[in-house]
Design a protein. Structure first.
Length: 134
């Protein structure tokens, strides 16, 4: 696949999840959404599309905060398709919450050219408010 094809593929995942989980109570899907948006941002950077990359990073940040501030402990899905199906906490072999993991990933060299952009700095600042070790 080309970078453009990967972008097209990765754009489909959040769109599908948002159709299925219409109420944004993503449960464990939030972790997958964070990863998809981060990967999209990386591909957009490779394609010299920093504004689109920053949009994806903002989305990933929102998913991470939403997960870390409530969904991480588990609960029940409330969307029509999965209503009342439970989800437990993610069994991840890490001692960092999703915000801290994402903050670390933003140090990757692919983001070097936007590191001083006000949008990027705002994302980092927002993640820092919620980032913590578990």
């Amino acid at each position: 696949y080309t970078n453009q094809e990967y972008i097209q593929i990765l754009e489909k995942f959040p769109a599908i999840i948002n159709i299925v989980i219409e109420d944004k109570n993503y449960g464990l899907f939030a972790i997958q959404l964070i990863g998809a948006k981060l990967k999209l941002a990386q591909y957009y950077m490779l394609e010299q599309m920093p504004e689109k990359a920053l949009e994806c990073l903002q989305d990933a940040t929102e998913y991470a905060i939403r997960y870390d501030t409530g969904l991480h402990a588990g609960g029940n899905y409330t969307c029509l398709l999965f209503r009342n199906i439970g989800f437990g906490p993610a069994l991840i072999n890490r001692n960092e919450n999703q915000c801290l993991i994402l903050l670390h990933r933003l140090k990757e060299s692919v983001f070097d050219t936007v590191r001083e952009h006000t949008g990027f700095m705002r994302i980092v600042k927002e993640l820092q408010k919620y980032a913590k070790e578990l």
